[in-house]
Design a protein around this ligand. Sequence first.
Ligand code: ZN
Length: 162
Amino acid sequence: MKIQKNCVVSANFRLFDGSGELLDSSDSGGPLTYLHGAEELLPDLEAALAGHQAGDKLTVELTPQQAFGEHDPSLVDKAPRANFPGIEHIEPGMRFQTEMDDGAPMVVTVTDVDDQWVTVDGNHELAGKHLRFELEVCSVRPASGDEIEHGHAHGPDGHCDH
Ligand code: ZN
């Protein structure tokens, strides 16, 4: 069947950034499996997959605007080292959950550390990046009633891990 609303799609993929660096692939985490039409994927990625069927290969290129947005410099902040009590070792790449001014939760990534200051970046790690997905559709099947009700794909045996 062709990919359309309310079907479950499984696809092997490789994800590259604009410079051709491999960011992620199904080799490490297994195929991408999702419920089509449930907004589980980036909208433009989902739209590109529509109408394809098992065995199809496609390449989808997304601008930062279509993916995770431009890098927003206002989300980069320097905090005093003293704001991280009880954490002995802070290094770039670590992530912390913090709160925005309006109280909304935000995950920040440490990008720089010195004796006094910790620089954190609240942008999505893929913000500002062009993305290229190379996809191979493995299977397309009708979603079960449970999957449509839950708004996500279940495992091969119908297992729901949410
Ligand atoms: Zn479920």
